[in-house]
Design a protein around this ligand. Structure first.
Ligand SMILES: Nc1ncnc2c1ncn2[C@@H]1O[C@H](COP(=O)(O)OP(=O)(O)OP(=O)(O)O)[C@@H](O)[C@H]1O
Ligand SMILES: [Mg+2]
Length: 240
């Protein structure tokens, strides 16, 4: 369902400076797969997720989501594709401080004029229960711990019932115990929903899941040495 063919992304900084963040990445991910992507800082992990999610336009190669190339679509169709197919957990997520937990999760619903708002609010509540925050619906972000805030972000990412969850280092700011809990929650969500997950994480965090299949995705670091920082991809076994 996700297909990357020889995808590269070069950021052009100015006339004589460019950063080759991802080079010739080929990748296919089937529905229901849980893929862990690790690699050192600057190896292109976030760029890769943004390429998959149709947020960054590749400078070469092709991205296909269920056979559809996001960059063959117009802006409006591409953003519809994004919001229908993907849930995003960004590397530096932020909650709106003046909204409650429930409002943060149900945010899109607050702007919808089509009457789906009530349904979305109900779903937001269910998701917050799923992530263990039933008691915090009406709390404000500042009243939550970092791990609890990350749970809110996860609930928000699942609101539209996406087929694919893109999670960029969701545990990077957390202590080890909380990190473990968030990873466990991700596995629970995976088992319950069968959602496809692409998770960027540090090698240490990925050890919480046992690998069944490993492969290297050749990518280029921002330095000139080729293949210095490959992105390590592995599909963990998720015990039923
Ligand atoms: N918008 C941008 N403009 C220019 N260069 C960028 C941009 N985004 C990323 N880069 C560069 O591309 C390279 C890959 O960045 P990316 O954020 O994808 O790495 P990463 O693997 O996610 O790193 P980290 O683990 O630190 O989050 C880096 O050298 C970075 O400086
Ligand atoms: Mg990153």
């Amino acid at each position: 369902m996700i297909e990357l063919r020889d995808v590269s992304k070069t950021y052009t900084l100015n006339a004589d400076q460019a950063v080759e963040a991802v080079r010739d990445a080929s990748l296919s991910v089937n529905q229901g797969e849980f893929l862990i992507i690790t690699g050192r800082s600057g190896s292109g992990k976030t760029t890769l997720l943004n390429l998959v999610g149709g947020m960054t336009r590749p400078t070469a190669g092709q991205v296909l989501i269920d056979g559809v190339g996001p960059w063959q679509l117009g802006d409006r169709e591409r953003s519809r594709l994004r919001s229908q197919k993907f849930g995003f957990i960004f590397q530096f997520p932020s909650l709106l401080p003046s909204l409650t937990v429930l409002e943060n999760v149900a945010l899109p619903a607050m702007f919808s004029a089509d009457g789906s708002g009530q349904e979305d609010t109900r779903r937001a509540q269910e998701l917050l229960e799923l992530v263990g925050l039933a008691e915090k619906l009406h709390a404000y972000p500042r009243q939550l711990s970092a791990g609890q805030q990350q749970r809110v972000v996860m609930a928000h990412a699942l609101l539209n019932q996406p087929a694919i969850l893109l999670a960029d280092e969701p545990t990077s700011d957390l202590d080890e115990q909380t990190e473990h809990e968030i990873m466990q929650l991700l596995r629970d969500i995976y088992q319950r929903t069968g959602i496809t997950i692409l998770l960027v994480t540090t090698p240490a965090s990925s050890s919480h899941t046992a690998p069944a299949r490993s492969r290297w995705l050749p990518a280029r670091s921002s330095t000139d040495q080729p293949d210095l920082a490959p992105i390590f991809l592995k599909t963990p076994v998720i015990a039923a």
